[in-house]
Write a protein that binds this ligand. Structure first.
Ligand code: COA
Ligand code: MG
Length: 286
């Protein structure tokens, strides 16, 4: 489930109460799906949504997309029943919302098979302060940023440059990288604004996120493009590796490509880009 072996460019939320969307998702080119029992489902629809989702997962047909189930927080009246109904229904991971501390993760881990990975919503101010601890939990395999909840709790304003969220976004990427787990950016609410989405995806990519959570199928293509290595990145990576190998062979320590030095660490980054491109190429063939 880590980002070295599978992509997480586009992570689509689907309300578990929407049969039509659950059906449609079988043919959508997103890398991962979050089947949502939490905020996208109204309180009086929770029980039906649980049953609908369990059926959809058992019917399958979601191919090699990662399947995450977002349950309700365990302190809500629905959380425990969500776990009971979905823990063996075929999900690849359970996504826990409203986490504040490591012990919130422990509480869920106690209810799941030891092999079931846990993903965490990072959407409260307390969770951001505890990001390193939460990400380092042995069962946690990914962090998903909840920018709408963070904005609400901070009392900040939505801005195109997301300056008010920057400390949180960076803490989440930092924590995920320190623990070598996946980091996914928050949603872009204006789901019919493709240009705005592109800008925000680029920013998320620049910050180091593996991909973006999405609310509508129209957002998938933009995210897939933004979080894949570009052809010029791939080309540069190849030239950096070749130049570095040549300089090693001739005994010069440092190579130069396009007027920029290439050291061992740049080669590591270049190889990572090529590995990611390879994973995506194989996915396309499958
Ligand atoms: N996943 C899969 N399919 C989706 C989808 C989603 N998140 N959102 C819309 N679709 C499907 C619709 O079922 C519709 O399919 P059809 O034309 O084959 O019947 C198609 O995409 C077009 O949908 P559209 O009419 O443009 O959107 P809408 O007005 O029905 O819905 C939203 C708009 C925002 C309400 C809807 O996209 C949604 O519920 N998104 C998820 C919200 C969510 O999960 N929030 C919680 C996390 S922030
Ligand atoms: Mg939330």
């Amino acid at each position: 489930m880590d980002s070295a072996t599978r992509p997480y460019r586009s992570v689509l939320y689907i309300p578990a109460s929407k049969e039509r969307a659950l059906e449609k998702a079988r043919d959508l080119p997103c890398d991962a799906i979050i089947f949502d029992l939490e905020d996208a489902v109204a309180p009086d629809a929770k029980a039906d949504a649980r049953a609908t989702l369990a059926r959809a997962l058992q019917d399958g047909g979601y191919g090699n997309r990662a399947k995450l189930v977002r349950i309700n927080a365990l302190m809500t009246e629905w959380g425990l029943e969500d776990v009971r109904a979905l823990k063996n229904a075929g999900a690849d991971a359970i996504l826990l919302p409203k986490v504040n501390t490591r012990s919130d993760v422990d509480n869920l881990a106690d209810l799941l098979e030891p092999t079931m990975p846990i993903w965490v919503m990072m959407e409260t101010p307390v969770s951001v302060f505890n990001a390193r601890d939460i990400a380092a939990h042995g069962r946690v395999a990914g962090l998903v940023t909840g920018t709408n909840d963070l904005t609400k709790d901070l009392g900040s304003r939505m801005r195109t440059d997301r300056l008010p969220l920057m400390m949180a976004l960076q803490s989440i990427v930092m924590a995920a990288r320190a623990a070598r787990i996946v980091a996914i950016d928050g949603v872009y609410n204006r789901f019919r604004d493709g240009d705005g989405l592109r800008v925000e995806c680029e920013q998320g990519r620049d910050l180091g996120f593996d991909g973006k959570t999405l609310i509508h199928p129209a957002q998938i293509e933009g995210a897939n493009r933004a979080f894949a290595p570009t052809s010029s990145e791939i080309d540069l990576a190849r030239r950096q590796i070749a130049a570095h190998e040549a300089s090693q062979a001739s005994g010069e320590g440092v190579a130069v490509v396009d007027g920029t030095i290439v050291e061992n660490l740049h080669v590591v980054a270049a190889r990572r880009i090529l590995a990611k491109a390879q994973v995506l190429a194989e996915l396309e063939k499958a």
